[in-house]
Design a protein around this ligand. Structure first.
Ligand SMILES: O=P(O)(O)OC[C@H]1O[C@@H](O)[C@H](O)[C@@H](O)[C@@H]1O
Length: 286
């Protein structure tokens, strides 16, 4: 039942945001991982694998934060340390005008090896049908430093083969699902489809994407994805053939998610000392 007021509470290692309408969002302290978003009406919008493994593994689903490197594009561990850090802490929260929490990951000797500063993450239930996520990266070092990043969102769908993504026509993408070219890089292709379908394994970095994309899930549900500051977008589904290679993905569950990741990959961000960088994305039922 909808409660009369909005709230932000910490419960069993997660922050639970709730609007008066009953919309909710849950963020785990481990990894600052958004693991659930239910707009008013209560339908879960994010996929979480039934075979997800406990920390120190990242949850297979929700919104993992890839930072300070995307995938293996850097000297550190795959997708960086942020998604598996146990050192995230609540910095601030508020219930008005919308339930919101800011989580902070402070630099320490361990993280400074990969990034010389801190990370702030703002999660807001910005309307009864929308979720907003914003990242702030601070360089506390004395030298310029570079990173790549992504909010690796797993949207829950009934059947990924019925999904269509609108807004990518004319955008060049790196195809990471096929062998690299002679130059050691994934081959580049220009997207021709107005409504991109996912057939087999799809692992693409679209470079320089428009601010708004639309997820059509094959039924009448649509989610508008509005990004600010994230210039690239990753589209990923493991596909049926390779699905069993992911030990933490339940049987047949490859069909129940599509990752649409607001990202900054092609041109790493170079942040000057004592400067900060901010980017965000909002998801809204449309
Ligand atoms: O298994 P992980 O580390 O969560 O990564 C999942 C996928 O993440 C995607 O963002 C990458 O494009 C894929 O190549 C990768 O397989």
């Amino acid at each position: 039942m909808a409660s009369a007021t909005s709230s932000v509470i910490v419960d069993s290692g997660a922050v639970v945001l709730r609007r008066a309408s009953g919309a909710t969002c849950e963020v785990t302290l481990f990894g600052a991982h958004v693991r659930s978003w239910k707009p008013t009406g209560g339908a879960e919008q994010l996929f979480v694998s039934s075979a997800s493994q406990p920390p120190p593994k990242a949850l297979r689903g929700g919104v993992p934060i890839c930072f300070p490197q995307f995938a293996d594009r850097g000297p550190g561990g795959k997708h960086g340390f942020a998604r598996t850090s146990s050192k995230w802490a609540v910095l601030a929260s508020a219930t008005e005008p919308s339930p919101t929490v800011t989580l902070e990951l402070r630099a320490d000797d361990e993280t400074r090896v990969s990034w010389p500063g801190r990370l702030l993450y703002h999660v807001t239930l910005s309307s009864d049908t929308a979720l907003s996520l914003a990242m702030q990266v601070v360089n506390e070092g004395e030298e310029p430093a570079e990173f790549t990043t992504a909010l690796h969102t797993y949207f829950k769908v009934d059947d990924v083969t019925a999904v269509r993504i609108e807004g990518l026509a004319g955008v060049a993408y790196e195809d990471c699902a096929v062998p690299k070219g002679a130059d050691g890089k994934p081959p580049r292709t220009v997207e021709e489809a107005e409504h991109v379908a996912l057939v087999g394994e799809v692992d693409r970095v679209y470079v320089g994407t428009p601010a708004q994309l639309m997820l059509h899930d094959g039924s009448t549900r649509r989610i508008a994805i509005n990004a600010m500051g994230f210039k690239d977008t990753v589209l990923w589904n493991i596909g049926a053939d390779k699905a069993t290679s992911l030990a933490d993905l339940g049987a047949g569950e490859w069909q129940q998610y599509v990752c649409i990741e607001s990202a900054l990959i092609d041109k790493p961000v170079k942040l000057e000392p004592h400067m900060s960088w901010t980017a965000g994305v909002s998801y809204a039922l449309a």
